[in-house]
Design a protein around this ligand. Sequence first.
Ligand SMILES: Nc1ncnc2c1ncn2[C@@H]1O[C@H](COP(=O)(O)OP(=O)(O)OP(=O)(O)O)[C@@H](O)[C@H]1O
Ligand SMILES: [Mg+2]
Length: 266
Amino acid sequence: MLVPRKVVISFYSGSRGGTGKTTLAVNTAIALLMALRVPVAYVDFGVDGTHMGSLMLSAKTDTVGVTDYLMGFVDNDEVIQRSGLIDGLYVVPPGTVDSIRMIHSMPRGLRPVIERLGSLVTRLAEHRAYVVIMDLPSGLAQPYTIASLVNSDIVNVVLDHSPGALEALTSIGTVLNVVRPRVVNAVLNKYIPNAQPSLREKVEGFVSNGGVFTLSMSVVLHYLTSQLKPFIKYKPVGDLREFMKDFTRFMGALKTQVKQVLGGVL
Ligand SMILES: Nc1ncnc2c1ncn2[C@@H]1O[C@H](COP(=O)(O)OP(=O)(O)OP(=O)(O)O)[C@@H](O)[C@H]1O
Ligand SMILES: [Mg+2]
């Protein structure tokens, strides 16, 4: 069988939580769908039980999802949904409470998890979703986190723009040195201009074949996320305008990286 080409993009933050991965992953899925005009898939590893990303994309969350699939309880087609928010977007929700609990307490060997996740990505690509976005939970190296990173072409390491981010990069770097994705970007989120010295130079040595992207703190974005509304669907107002400039720059670079990985497919 002909295996379609695909690009997998992960949003990862090592053990630091609440850095903006879900907010950015959901909006990136919509932004790339609009820019590249191909179906995009969003895989929600919100195994902390929030399901926020799937809810933002109007997917059903009281159903089987990626953890049920990785545990081998269901087939891949059973966990792939269509977003109720936007055409051409597929969503794989986190999964049932039982499988989420089990995936923490009874991890299967790493190789079967890696292979199973790889075949979910292939299945999504057969639906023409050549771009697959993985929204990871915080936690340095659980089996499903490693499986996602191993299956990724592009890893966006999303951290708060704070000195603690530099500390976190050391342990994240250790994991990524083993996994070796083709592109590693660093996203320093929630930057407060004029109040913080830039960390860009200190982080530049960490990225590979990618860039450092600084995204501003935005009260409007925070409000929209809390209302489960993707900011990309709203006209930039107030402080969202500054943020949108930063985000657009990030999307421009990501689009180029995606096209490079996919070669002539798009
Ligand atoms: N640039 C920003 N400006 C202001 N608030 C932001 C920004 N980015 C994210 N947030 C807010 O930070 C909070 C955490 O965001 P989010 O849930 O996307 O993080 P996460 O990394 O996915 O968290 P977790 O590790 O729990 O999965 C949310 O309330 C969100 O609105
Ligand atoms: Mg999240």
